[in-house]
Every structure is written in C-alpha cells, then in structure tokens.
Design a binder for this molecule. Structure first.
Ligand code: CDP
Ligand code: MG
Length: 671
C-alpha cells in the first residue's frame, strides 16, 4: 500500500466565511460551551447577515462543523422565520430523530416542544414546535395537503448531496412554493440547501443563482492508501486490514469499515468476534459493532459508546455512516469501495438492489470520517487506478429507480404537467413513461383530454404513506374480505424486520420458527407470527424465545393502527378472512401481478412479464420449495437476481387481475 498525493478536490469559494480559532469562554455550561466551540460559531453573525437578506442560499461546510444542529437554532434565536416553523429535512429517519433530540437538549426543552421531529408513522411535534426535523418524504407528504407549505417560513434541505428521490422532488416542490408565495404576496419562503460535498454550481443555478456560503471547518489531515492489486474478495481484504491495524495500532484508535448490507455485516461481525477471541496475548480486546439502517434505534446507538480501556471499537457499517451518523473516536476508515444501491431498467420494469462501486464523492465522504477529531488514515481496498475510474458524483436516485411512487405524488400535488416538472436532474422519458404505464395499469391514473389525472382510486392510493403497490393491496382487500389481514401484512412489511436472526444461533432460530412457517409463503408466515404475538399480548419473553424483535413488533401494531385509521376515514369496510388464506393470496395476486414469476420445466424461475431469470432468496420460507407460480415484493440483485418476500398464487388469478395486460404480454411474446 502507498499513500497517494492528493486530497479532496479543491473548491473555489464564492463568499468566504473563514473560521477564527474558537475562543474558550469561561463560565457557560458545558452544552453552551460545546456549541461555542463548533467551527460555525465564530461566523454566526456574518452567516445570519447573509441569510437574512436572501431568498435562497447554498451552505457548504465540513461534516461536524455545526450546520445541521446550529443553523436552525441561529435562525430561531435571531428571529428569522419566527412567523412560521423552520423545517429541516433529512434523507434518513434515524438522523431526523437523533438531530431533533440533540437540538432540543441543547435548547434545554422537551423533545416535541420547541424542537420536534416527524418521520413516517412517528410524529413528535406540537403547536409550540418551531424547529422541526423531518424526513424529506414527510415534507413531501405534507406538501400534498398544502403545496405552498404555508406553515413553514424556512425550509432547510439538508444532506442535499445524497440526492434521494424525495429530496430531488422536494427541490422542485419547494422552489415552486417559494415562487408562488412571492407571486401571491404571502409570507416569503426562505430556502437553504446544505451539504458537506456537492456540486454547488448545479444547486446554485437551480435555485435561481442562490449565493454559495462556504464555512471553513476543522479538517485534520488524512492519509489515504490504496491497494497495489485489485482485490477479488473485498470482504477478505477488509478482514485482513482490520486485523492488521488491530495488531499494530494503539487500542484507543477505533476503526470504521464500510460494507454493503445487513447480511454481510452480520456475517463479518461474527467472524471478527471469533478471530478476536483467539488473538495472541498482548493484543487489545476488540468490540465489534454492526451498523445498518434496519437495526433498531437502540442498537444503532451503541456505536456512540466509547470502548472500555484497552479495547478497540470496530464498527462495520453500510453507507449510513457516510453522512447520516457521526461516530466519535474513529481514526481508521476501511473503505471497500462498494455500496448496495438501487438500479432500475425501465425497459424491463425491473428495480433491483445491487452491490456496486461508490462514486468519488462517496469515497471522499467515507475518507472524511477518519479526520473528525485528529489526523486519520483511510485504507481504500481498491487500486488508485480503479478509484480514477469511479463516477465523479453519485447518480441521483431519481435517475435509477422506479418512479411510480413519485409520479403518483406529483399528480396528487396537482402538478399541472408531470412530464415537464422542474426536476434538477431529469429522469429519462422512458422511466417516466414506464411509471405512468404502471399507474395506469394499477388503475390509479387515466388520460383525460390529453392530460394525466388521478382516478378516484389513485387519489385514495396517495392517501397512504406507502408504495403504490401496497396502498393498492389495502384498497383491494375489501373485495376479498381480508382487510384486517392485509393491514397486518402491509404493516409488517413497512417497518424494519421483525425477525431477529443472529447468525451464531442459526439452527436454534430455524427450529423455533418452524411452527410459524406457512407453505403458502412469507406474507402468510409473517401473518402467523403476528397473530401468535397478539395471542401472548406482546410478551417480551415470548419474543426473546422466538427471536422476534419486540420493539419492531410494537411498531407494527402502531403502524397498523395508523393505516387502519386511514381506511376508516376512506369509509372502507374492514373485515377479517379469519382462517381463509386463499382470499389473502388472491388479494396479493391482484395487487402484485406485475411482480410474478413462474416455475420453468428446468426447475428455474422466470418473471411473467419480462422473462427475466430469477431465484427464490435464501431468506424466504419457500427457499427449498418449488411452487408453480409466485408473486414477490421486490428483487435483489447480488450474484443472482433474487425474489424476496414471496407468496404462492394461482396463475389464473394473475390473469384475472389484469387480463388486458397479460393478453398484451402474450401477444408480444408471440411476435
Ligand atoms: O451538520 P454538520 O455535519 O455540519 O454538524 P452537526 O450535525 O451540526 O454537528 C455538530 C457537532 O455537534 C458534531 O461535530 C458533534 O460534535 C455534535 N453532535 C453530537 O455530539 N451529537 C449529535 N447527535 C449531533 C451533533
Ligand atoms: Mg449535518
């Protein structure tokens, strides 16, 4: 390994806001002192001076400089935006909750008072709330009720570089609201876009030439090393690197490893723990902590705890630690260069999660995690040559995913023409067309006088905070007299997994789970787990014995109640199919008919609509079975294209669900 001779690309500041050395004031309490020691503090006055006079601004500053926690407070304290609420959006719910908690602590108020948060299925705000952290998806949802976002005086679009699909749509919605409010002479809407790394010109230009304000932060030097040779197995390479560091570096220096997903991380956690047990005397202890989005919040929180003396903390994380979460104590970053991200091909209609290379921007973001408190070291487990071949920026999600959910939302927002919506980065016309076709097929959208409009069904679908396929499932369920069951199933699929699968106890898990398994698939297996959970009144001991995540299960009940409320508001009849599972499967077949696969004579599976080769994911209860026909929730592409969450259905039901569609497909196949 050798150090390269360069750092992050230098940027040309437009309006420079240099940070002066932080003064160490005597007297103020620790929280206040901490606030004052942040790099952003010395430029507070000038920053506010700039922002006060601007409609829109782009703020760039190193991670940890204090943008997210301080700027909303500065605005509030300076009386900017007092006529309304200050919204701060985050791409991830864990970040929204953590930040709201932090800022309400700093303001010494109760969470949900002056400072609150709102994420899907969880709203902790009140009439007093003036600083509100929310996921970008939630603000978008609020915009459906009020496209002018009248309750907000300031919208801060944070972590803008992540370019999640919701952030990208929000850019357009917020920009339109700002313009419209100006035209109508209403309270102006201030828009602030923030990030640590982004293509500033693109953002500035999009927001009508908004000035770019640069914060100079503390960044300690970081040495970057590449491998000499490409690595055929990045997991093995990561393992070797971790233990090399572990045997050489002082134990107080922690390691952060970037991997791609839950299974990989759990597997690696176990391997590291096993190896760490058998190290020679004199080697420090090792505390290995996994981190990924679907871990319960309480477990994610463990990363913030310092390791005991003579023990090294090793965190194995997905890209969630790239921006959303800052972990103290990290000296070493090990970057595999890989990330699991969505890809979409409109020709086939397939949206897949696939492991792929990061962009240069992501690689630098990962590297930056090593230099937060002191100089750091980053090992990139790929060659410098491979680094040079990476994309400069991550392709915005909106250009690589299925757009049906977004199109439904834009139509619900009454955007006059979704085809010409002011996207910062336009999705391809094929992708937009494919999404609209899907919505038409679902009966959510129709063409009227050459215009696209929501059908009454489509409007109802938009009322649920769910993907269109799931809101459609709920709306179809009265026809099959199984709304109670479908509500349960959709709720189970809307929270992080309720199944706790510690890899070390795999055999035990399999044996206790056997009693829940339904030969009709994963949806019905989940349903039977939920029923058993209700039967024991959510008993925690029962959950432990059965490897069920009780916190997520409680959340399911909560989500279910919220979805049920929406059904009641829509005056839907809510019936239970009781022990009749046929109707539940029929209902799933009718809503997921576009995600169907059939067994081939050679024992493999192919999707019904595009004849793509697919396989049953090992985590499915049907993994060792060969049902003739299934529907599934989604595809995951790793070494193969896997179907996840399957339900056994009759091929005839699919045909009944969408006769025209399948007739067209058959016709196309013949030609
Ligand atoms: O947004 P930016 O990355 O510029 O920084 P921030 O999120 O406002 O955080 C500023 C500082 O507050 C961090 O460097 C941490 O020291 C601290 N912080 C924390 O300790 N716990 C949190 N949950 C959030 C921030
Ligand atoms: Mg931030």
């Amino acid at each position: 390994m050798r150090p390269p001779g360069e750092g992050p690309p230098a940027k040309r500041p437009k309006a420079m806001l240099p940070a002066r050395p932080a003064v160490q004031p005597r007297g103020p309490p620790p929280a206040e002192q901490q606030r004052r020691s942040l790099p952003i503090f010395p430029v507070r006055g000038r920053l506010l001076g700039h922002i006060r006079g601007l409609d829109s601004a782009v703020v760039i500053g190193e991670t940890g400089s204090g943008k997210t926690t301080q700027i909303p407070q500065y605005l509030y304290e300076a009386g900017i935006g007092r006529q309304g609420t200050i919204a701060v959006t985050q791409p991830r719910r864990v970040a929204a909750i953590a930040l709201a908690t932090r800022v309400s602590d700093e303001k010494k108020t109760e969470l949900g008072g002056l400072v609150g948060y709102s994420v899907r299925f969880d709203d902790l705000t009140s009439d007093e709330t003036r600083i509100k952290f929310l996921t970008d998806g939630m603000l978008l949802r609020e915009a459906i009720g009020d496209p002018l976002l009248r309750r907000y005086s300031v919208v801060i679009l944070d972590e803008a570089h992540e370019r999640t699909i919701h952030t990208d749509v929000l850019f357009g919605v917020v920009k339109a609201a700002q313009k419209k409010r100006k035209q109508l002479g209403k309270l102006p809407l201030k828009v602030i876009v923030m990030s640590a790394t982004m293509d500033v010109d693109l953002f500035s230009e999009y927001f009508n030439g908004a000035p770019v304000l640069y914060l100079e932060g503390r960044q300690y030097p970081i040495q970057v090393f590449y491998t000499r040779q490409p690595q055929s197995d990045y997991l093995q390479a990561a393992l070797v690197t971790v233990f090399q560091i572990h045997q050489e570096a002082p134990s107080a220096q922690d390691i952060l490893v970037f991997l791609t997903g839950q299974e990989e991380i759990e597997g690696m956690t176990k391997t590291c723990r096993d190896i760490a047990k058998h190290l020679p005397d004199g080697c420090p202890q090792m505390m290995v902590i996994p981190l990924y989005a679907s871990l319960p919040y309480s477990q994610q929180h463990r990363i913030f705890r310092a390791a005991p003396k003579d023990c090294r903390k090793v965190i194995l994380s997905t890209n969630i630690a790239e921006t959303s979460i800052t972990i103290p104590g990290i000296k070493y970053v090990v970057d595999t260069g890989m990330v699991k991200a969505k890809k979409y091909r409109p020709e086939t209609g397939l949206e897949v999660l696939a492991v792929q290379w990061v962009s240069k921007a992501q690689a630098w973001q990962r590297t930056g995690r090593a230099g937060r408190e002191d100089s750091g070291i980053c090992y990139r487990l790929y060659t410098e040559n491979d680094f040079e071949k990476l994309n400069q920026m991550t392709i915005p999600e909106i250009q690589r995913c299925n757009l049906s959910s977004v199109m439904l939302q834009l139509l619900a927002l009454r955007i006059p023409n979704v085809l010409t919506f002011d996207f910062m980065s336009k999705p391809s016309p094929e992708a937009i067309q494919a999404a609209i076709e899907q919505l038409v097929l679902m009966g959510a959208v129709e063409r009227k006088d050459n215009q696209l409009v929501l059908t009454p069904l489509g409007r109802k679908m938009a009322a649920f905070p769910l993907e269109p396929k799931f809101s459609k499932t709920i709306l179809l369920s009265p026809k099959f007299h199984c709304t109670e069951e479908i509500l349960t199933i959709v709720s189970l699929l809307s929270v992080d997994s309720v199944l706790y699968n510690p890899p070390a106890r795999r055999d035990e898990v399999q044996s206790v789970r056997r009693k829940f398994i339904s030969s009709e698939g994963d949806h019905l297996t989940l349903l039977s787990i939920y029923r058993a959970f209700r039967n024991v009144n959510g008993n925690k001991g029962w959950c432990r014995e059965n490897f069920i995540n009780s916190r997520n299960m409680m959340l399911v009940s909560d989500v279910r109640a919220q979805l049920r409320d929406i059904c009641v508001k829509l005056s839907m009849p809510i019936e239970s199919s009781r022990s009749d599972t046929g109707n539940i499967r029929r209902c799933l077949a009718h809503s997921l008919f576009m995600n169907a696969a059939e067994l081939q004579p050679d024992g493999s599976y192919r999707t019904v609509d595009s004849h793509q080769a697919v396989a049953i994911h090992p985590s499915s209860v049907l993994f060792h079975c060969k049902p003739a026909c299934v529907v599934y929730n989604g595809l995951l592409h790793t070494n193969k294209c896997y179907m996840r969450d399957l339900c056994v259905v009759d091929a005839d039901w699919l045909y009944d669900a969408a006769p025209d569609y399948f007739r067209r497909k058959l016709q196309a196949a013949k030609n």
